[in-house]
Design a protein around this ligand. Sequence first.
Ligand code: ADP
Ligand code: MG
Length: 728
Amino acid sequence: MTGNMVRTQAIRDVEAYVPPAHRFDEREAPGEVFGENVFSKVVMQKRLPKSVYRSVMSTIEHGVTLDPLVADAVASAMRDWALEKGATHYAHVFYPLTGLTAEKHDSFFEPTGDGTALAEFSGKTLVQGEPDASSFPNGGLRNTFEARGYTGWDVTSPAYVLENPNGNTLCIPTVFVSMTGEALDHKTPLLRSQQALGEHAERILNLFGHTNVKKIVSFCGPEQEYFLVDRHFFLARPDLMNAGRTLFGTKPPKGQEFDDHYFGAIPERVLGFMMDTERELFKLGIPAKTRHNEVAPGQFEIAPMFEPGNIAADHQQLLMTTFKTIAKKHGMEVLFHEKPFQGVNGSGKHVNFSLGNAELGSLLVPGDNPHDNAQFLVFCAAVIRAVHLYSGLLRASVASATNDHRLGANEAPPAIISIFLGDQLADIFEQIASGSATSSKGKGHMTIGVDTLPVLPTDPGDRNRTSPFAFTGNRFEFRAPGAMQTVSGPIVTINTIVAESLDYIATTLEAAAGEGTNFDQAVQSLLTEIITEHGAVVFNGDGYADTWPVEAEKRGLANLKTTLDALPALIAPDALKLFSKYGVFNEREMHSRYEIGLEQYALTIGVEARLTLEIGTTVILPAAMRHQTEVALNIGALKAAGIEPDYSQLRGVSAPLVALREALNSLRSALTREPEQGADAAFSAAKHARDALMPAMSAVRTAADTLEELVADDLWPLPTYQEMLFVL
Ligand code: ADP
Ligand code: MG
């Protein structure tokens, strides 16, 4: 099939597409299926002996180390439950540093030697596994001769059964560590950082008179943006298939300017997909809640309800896998890339953060009179101080080759990390800075001018979509994370830097108490000190304005534009000290993460560069040459007929063709140039990718995109932006 035939056929198929018949019946009503496939607390309570259940709960709720005898009892109940659910295999699921989810499946059944097989699953197999998995990135933490990696059961994240037409699997969320116990994954540091955050938050709560506080954790509500494209188009775009984004393509004549897609009616087929995924997510106990269209055509968002950070992170990974599978069933492909289409709005994954527990709720709720709510102000001040002191680490936690296309552009938050507080809080902290806060700007109300409508209250703080870290009423919303990345990295960072601030505050207040200082006064002067020293990070203005980077520089805030600028923050002395002090990463682990960040960056761009070369050479160049030939033949025919031809069209297509050939040659030679070896080989490779490969790719793209606007439509081989974004 020629390129054009692929495109025509794809469009025909899209037109003829009938969504899969609706499987929705009463039994599958959301309330009925929620948590159906989860080995939840309720299931455990029903199936475990009382003492075992109590023991597991004290691990989950109070962090008490798990008793191995208990593991045997849990394993046996879990196996029976899973077999009843049709599971034939079990899998330790883990989260390696590729950012993807990995699983190793084992059969429950073991031959007994007499020709039959028995379902076996002991506490030992539940608690620990040893997948070989030596090919995952480890940044030097595992040498091949000591390549053992272990998975270990995370009791706090519930096991679940994953359905598959060919048989179900019991999935057990686990950590993944090396023989020395060093983290090879995203979950281990997340659990460690939850522990640190909890410990120091509890100290503060004790000072405020709370006793017997249940474990404090961070809560995370991740908002996931994504694109859907028809699978036919996807399969006809090698760049989308292999790099997750288009490396070529001109903006459609009608982009997102009209805002007619944003929050508009959801297309029927997309709605079918959403309902299907939500039902699957519900079965897995993932509380999918909000869904709507996003800014760009073909772009959507889903926001599950917030959960403890560790569980939210596992659920987020499971959500992404579920999306991929179900989209295929509906003849679509989901794109999680941060910038699949150049010039079109990109996708983020906002991480909504707060801390608290079931009893106390979010500790970031201001109440009606926040100026009088010292406990809230202390937790809020801790976040402000943390973000100011460690903005580089926050920036590094969202750094990737793919997210670089988004950060700092006029659609996503800038690469400068600042905090938005909203009018009410900003005003209170201003009062605190100049002594003490005595009033809170109250809620207003708006009159709509229609008698039948009630007077609606307005929030005391407005929204600011341009801020990377915004207070939104009962939480902070970190908007810089990319759509593709796991939320673990950002949560680990926020947990740890906030733990450090809480530690600082608790230590100061404890010392003041020891000296007999009045508690209220001690809090007052500490808040004033924090806001005076760290208020520079508060910015309520327009983060997209040209004046902001200038102003930010004056305030001493960093503007780390690319991943290469951001990653070194991970191995700066203060970062190494911070993470080891709170037991989240040792120095080796930090260095390994730095190395892996660089490797992944170079790898991503390397693949894109080779794809650009291949598609440019074998797909676009020949198509453009065919077009050139047709134009030339036309000129010949005109001349033969005695008509004076217009050469401008031929010149028009020939110039960008020459440019394309030259750009391809430059890219080819950039790809063969070896980056420097040596101690900092990973950095050199990443630098080569950024400074040599990216500009060379961009030159190829410019020439190719010019050609797309000139070459006859029936000769153009790739599905266009117009088709991919609007045909759903
Ligand atoms: P937005 O208006 O920001 O798009 P959404 O409703 O799409 O809001 O998403 C908000 C997310 O924030 C949801 O995942 C929600 O559960 C989460 N969230 C709400 N309250 C908290 C909280 N206290 N802590 C953490 N996350 C929260
Ligand atoms: Mg939202």
